[in-house]
Design a binder for this molecule. Sequence first.
Ligand SMILES: *Cc1c(COP(=O)(O)O)cnc(C)c1O
Length: 392
Amino acid sequence: MIPVVMPVYSRTDIAFDKGEGMYLVTADGRRYLDFGAGVAVNSLGHAHPHLVAALKAQAEKLWHCSNLYRVPGQERVAGRLVAHSFADTVFFCNSGAEAMEGVIKLVRKYHDETGRPERNRIIVARGAFHGRTLATIAAGGQEKHLKGFDPIVDGFDRVAFGNLNELRAAIGPETAGILVEPIQGEGGIVPASLDYLRALRAIADEFGILLAMDEVQTGNGRTGKLYAHEWAGITPDVMGTAKGLAGGFPIGAILATEKAAVGMTPGSHGSTFGGNPLAMAAADATLDILLSDGFLEHVRQMGDLLWNTLGQLVEAHPKVLLDQRGAGLLQGVKCKVPYGAVNAALLGKGLLAVGAGDNVVRFVPPLIVEPSHIAEAAAMIDAACTELAADL
Ligand SMILES: *Cc1c(COP(=O)(O)O)cnc(C)c1O
């Protein structure tokens, strides 16, 4: 008989009852150090007092009122995002896929609005992940996500991630834009080189097409800048973000320049729940911390420490671990044994991590992580790898 919860996930048989900062706790009191953060979502850990207070206060005032009316929380959060990014304007939705679906629509609409409606194809990268809606699985192009869901949404041309020759060759009269993740997350924590990102900006300008970024996972402080493209010193025309933006409350956002958003006029796009007062209270409180003095510097320092720590572990366990990749607090270790075995061994030691493509175990701790947590995680990774190596 089919489970009452539709069985679309292969879930680990464990359930958490509460969270405390860097830890998740089961109903029977087992504590786990959380280096998965709900897949890079719980940017400030669990039950952060500032977020709890903000959400409680808003919950007693107003949950939902519709985008038929002004929503002051949206004006405030959008204003802060605009002040701290390339963007001039922000659209709020509820998830990463919804943000990326909107990014795709915006790219198409821009050219329709500026008199080139034939420009409606977007160049995307192999190994990408942009979400699970029909358009975003087409953009991601992963066979395992597309199979059985024909007809595939048209309008995407795929090139090798990092290859500029292929990219230039793929540009034609119907090309509307380029869409990439600055670091491919689900694809296996594969960073684009900063030169590649700079070249994408130059090529987009040369051909009059839009540069779109998927910062659903890399954004909101994850790499030690508010948005990862900042490392390259470039700006996209439009970007989708989501995961960590509201510290665990469902949210998505499209950030765009005024020029790119020229077609986004009343009636062109929308969402019932998008930007509701609860989500805006959570995002505003999250931004209080992300934008506070020294916080992103803390993320950079912890990222360096995690990088050095994982480097030592890769060196110490050559039978189990192959190499490391990533940036900031979005890091991964490519495994020599199946990553599922490594993940299960880590769970056995009390450490939560997340799998990614290319046989990678992903470490995406809450950004509030401290050196003591990294040391605690290192001891558990060390013990798990020793155990796995003994069984080989
Ligand atoms: C998680 C993710 C998405 C999809 O976000 P959902 O909230 O699951 O819809 C899209 N793009 C990237 C890069 C992601 O990491």
